[in-house]
Structure formats: structure tokens, C-alpha cells
Design a protein around this ligand. Structure first.
Ligand SMILES: Cc1ncc(COP(=O)(O)O)c(C=O)c1O
Length: 476
């Protein structure tokens, strides 16, 4: 242990918030009105007034997503977000401050320092939780690894997952399986066709029925929003299910939901989970290398849970069930040498941006409204190609996944990798960025197109996308 590595509680709520300038949401329309009549007459719909109320909530100066050029339609928040100007500026300013005073910045600065009490407290406020429920991380992968490698799994402990989990969940579980012999139970999603007629509760019951094989598992590890199909699982219903099955820990991969859904609202509140790992660099449009981990039990500690990756195990030596440590686990996980504290502060700026733009709920509404428009467009032109749920609101998200199809013969659907990637590449030639995604559909690997409608996207962006998609699909 470093003897000079002392701890002080340096939190000061007032000191860390640089004023964040007034901001504006949408970059200018990327489609000229010349296109409008052409699109309308070709089955491409426009509803440019649909988001007007949203526009009115936004301050009009200073903070735009202007790093994205005006004619680039970026529809891939699910991979990486952009950043609004005020977040970029905040990050640049932080780098300057750090470089001018590195030792103090790392050791003791209330905003940039390694303990992160201040940024953790401010981030926690956005979700109505305590500072010691929040650890700031590099990304979702780190948060899930901290959670899954930290739990004291024993041989034959059961862990339940679905067949659509990301490697960020699978990788640490595979490690635990090899090391300790945990049993991983994989439950399959229904086929895309079946899914279309289900609601949230039916899907969760289908995935995790109340059967003995699933009861008393140590953990249920699932995604809040699936990057493969865009399906959302309600956190409230997952909590209910975990309780019914008497499962110790509900661990949720929130990579695709922080900044998309209202994680402070009743149904999707992070506190339904025991561990919730999210990314700051996707839908929230914070800097790369940012994320958060929510830990419900502030006082969780060895021998139940170990602080993997931290420098604070010494805080739990000579402690135990009868003599617990008072050192919060989120704080222990935070102190891990030099990390991206400047980014964490700028991520806080992204949260403030959300707040000034009307809050999580408003952002969610905007994202889902745009997403609904994409889903409707695909459904109306090629009903069989749409994979993401469209009708059941509680299952939907800001991700729209659909198979490539032939525009003139929409029953011709393509599920292979090369056609799907070709469509993505051709769209990019029209300055439209989406992505392809592979997934397991009833035991077969299928590839599909994925559109993310982020909070900086506008109706005009969708108009451009629809026009470009039609153009590309006419030629495949
Ligand atoms: C469901 C899911 N989990 C985890 C990740 C990894 O996210 P991160 O880069 O924040 O670790 C992704 C990234 O696409 C994802 O979609």
C-alpha cells in the first residue's frame, strides 16, 4: 500500500460545476426542400412538424452537435455517440487544466482527482440515488466485469442469461465458469415472428418461466435493450421476475439505454437492479471511455463481493460479517490509479445537457418518436423485414433493426452478411451512417440493418435516410 495514499472526503458540491452554457439540440436540416415532393411521391413520408414541441424546449444558442457536419446523417448512437459542443469544450478545458497542474489534478483536485467523490455525487443526483451507489467507469464492459468478477461465485452457482447477450456479459461469465465451475443457463428468445405478438410481461415469462431449473440462481444477467433486435426488457418486470425466482442478483447491461430511456422514471429506474452498467459514450453523447456502474447495496463487501481492478482491497482486510468495513464499494472501485476522470466530468456535462433539454423523459419521448417513424416506414414498405417490435410500446427502444430487402419486391429479404454490409456501405456514400448487426434467430445467424435514432437526430435526418435507403434498396 502507498503510505501517502491517504483518504479525505473532499466532496464539495458547489465547486465542481463549471457553468454549462445554454444549448441547442438539432443541427440544421440535412435535406433540402427540393427533395420533399420527390420523396412524398415515392412512398417516403415526411412529418417535419412531429418534433416541434421538442424543439421549443431547447435553448437556442451555443451548444449544438456541430462536430457532425450538416450533410452527414448520423444514425449510429448504438455504437458511438457524438458530443455536443459544450461537452467538447468542457473536455478541452479540463485537459488544459490537468496539464497545467498534473500532480494536484490527480491526487487531490475535487473534480479531476482519483476519488471522484464530487462527480459521483453529481451523477447520482440525476438518478435520485446516493453518491456511494455510483462508480464512474470507462464503459459498460468495465462495469459488468467489476460486477461479475467481484461476486463470490461458488462451483455450481446458477447464472441465467439469454441467448442474445453481448460479449461484455459473456466474457466475465466464461471466465468464472472456467475458474469456479458456475453453471450458465441460457434461455432463448422467441423467434422474430413470435416476438411480434408479445408484450413485455409475456416475453419475460417466456424467457424466464417460473420453473425449478431457474429458481434460486445466484444471478440473472440480461440487457436492458438488446443491440441485436432493439427489444427492451422492463426493469420493473425483471425485478419482479428475479424476486419470484428467488435470484440473488439482477445484473443489467445498460449499454444501449443510458441517454435513451428514462432511467430515473418509475418503470426503468436503475434501482430495480442490483448492478446496472451503462455507457456514457453512446446514447448519452458523452466522451469516449466513459460509463457508470450503479451498485444497489452501498455496503456490499468481502466475502460477498470483492473490489476487482481497484487499489482499495486493504480497506476490507481484517473486516468481516461481524466487523464490516465502512468503506463504500463504489468508492473502492473508483480508486484504480489514473483513469479518465476528465471524461467523467465531461460526461456529467452531457447529463446536464440532457437536463437542460427537458430531462430524460423528454429525450426518451423524442428518441422513441423518431424510432417509431423509422419502424413504421420499414413496416409499411416491407412488413416482413422488420425485426424490432413495433406495436408494443413497452418493448420498443431507439434501435430499429430490419433485414435488407429489395425495394421493388419487398418480399425479397436478405439475411446474409455481405448484402447487409453492402447496404451500409452504399448508404455511407449518401452520407448516411447506420450499421449492420449479426444475431441468432432460432439457431441461425442472421444479419440485419440497425438504425439508432439519437437525441440530436431530427425528422429531416429521417427524411434523408428514407430517401437514401430507397435509392440503395432499388439497386440490390
Ligand atoms: C449490449 C451491449 N453491451 C455492452 C457493449 C459494450 O459497450 P462499452 O463499449 O460501453 O463497453 C455494447 C456495445 O455495443 C452493447 O451493445
Amino acid at each position: 500500500m502507498h503510505t501517502d495514499d491517504f483518504e479525505t472526503d473532499t466532496h464539495n458540491n458547489e465547486s465542481n460545476n463549471q457553468p454549462i452554457s445554454r444549448r441547442k439540440f438539432f443541427k440544421k436540416s440535412a435535406v433540402s426542400s427540393v427533395f420533399a415532393s420527390t420523396l412524398l411521391s415515392s412512398g417516403v413520408t415526411s412529418d417535419v412538424t412531429a418534433s416541434e414541441n421538442f424543439h421549443n424546449l431547447i435553448d437556442t444558442n451555443n451548444c449544438q452537435f456541430d462536430a457532425l457536419s450538416n450533410n452527414f446523417v448520423y444514425l449510429n448512437n448504438g455504437t458511438e455517440g457524438s458530443m455536443p459542443r459544450c461537452v467538447i469544450s468542457e473536455l478541452q478545458l479540463s485537459i488544459e487544466k490537468w496539464a497545467a497542474d498534473p500532480t494536484n489534478s490527480y491526487e487531490s483536485d475535487t473534480v479531476f482527482g482519483k476519488r471522484q467523490d464530487s462527480n459521483r455525487a453529481d451523477v447520482a443526483q440525476f438518478f435520485g440515488v446516493h453518491r456511494d451507489n455510483i462508480c464512474l467507469t470507462d464503459n459498460t464492459t468495465m462495469g459488468l466485469s467489476f460486477s461479475l468478477l467481484g461476486i463470490d461465485f461458488k462451483a455450481n452457482d446458477k447464472v441465467i442469461i439469454s441467448n442474445q447477450e453481448h460479449n461484455a456479459i459473456l466474457s466475465p461469465l466464461q471466465m468464472m465458469q472456467q475458474r469456479t465451475g458456475i453453471q450458465i443457463i441460457t434461455q432463448a428468445f422467441p423467434s422474430v415472428e413470435k416476438l411480434k405478438s408479445m408484450n413485455s410481461a409475456q416475453l419475460i415469462d417466456h424467457l424466464f418461466p417460473n420453473i425449478d431449473r431457474l429458481k434460486n440462481a445466484k444471478a440473472l444477467c440480461v440487457s436492458h435493450v438488446y443491440p441485436t433486435t432493439g427489444v427492451r426488457l422492463s426493469l420493473k418486470l425483471l425485478r419482479k421476475k428475479a424476486d419470484e425466482l428467488n435470484i440473488d442478483y439482477l445484473i443489467v447491461d445498460g449499454a444501449q439505454s443510458l441517454g435513451m430511456l428514462d432511467l430515473a422514471g418509475k418503470n426503468e429506474h436503475i434501482s430495480h437492479c442490483d448492478f446496472y452498467a451503462g455507457s456514457g459514450h453512446k446514447w448519452l453523447n458523452g466522451p469516449p471511455g466513459t460509463g457508470l456502474l450503479y451498485i444497489k447495496n452501498k455496503h456490499i463487501q468481502p466475502p460477498e463481493f470483492y473490489p476487482v481492478g481497484s487499489q482499495r482491497m486493504f480497506k476490507y482486510l481484517n473486516t468481516g460479517r461481524n466487523n464490516p468495513s465502512k468503506y463504500p464499494m463504489a468508492k473502492a472501485l473508483q480508486v484504480r490509479g489514473s483513469s479518465h476522470t476528465l471524461g467523467f466530468h465531461a460526461m456529467l456535462g452531457a447529463l446536464h445537457y440532457v437536463n437542460q433539454s427537458g430531462g430524460f423523459k423528454t429525450i426518451e419521448r423524442h428518441i422513441l418518436k423518431l424510432s417509431k417513424r423509422v419502424k413504421t416506414f420499414i413496416f409499411e414498405n416491407a412488413p416482413k423485414s422488420l425485426i424490432s417490435p413495433n406495436l408494443e410500446a413497452t418493448l420498443t427502444s431507439g434501435l430499429t433493426v430490419f433485414y435488407a430487402f429489395s425495394w421493388d419486391k419487398p418480399k425479397n429479404i436478405f439475411t446474409d452478411k455481405s448484402t447487409t454490409e453492402k447496404v451500409v456501405a452504399e448508404l455511407l456514400k449518401h452520407n448516411v451512417q447506420i450499421r449492420s448487426i449479426g444475431f441468432d434467430n432460432n439457431g441461425q445467424t442472421h444479419y440485419a440493418l440497425r438504425v439508432s435514432t439519437g437525441y440530436f437526430n431530427s425528422d429531416a435526418d429521417l427524411f434523408t435516410f428514407q430517401y437514401a435507403l430507397k435509392n440503395v434498396l432499388e439497386k440490390i
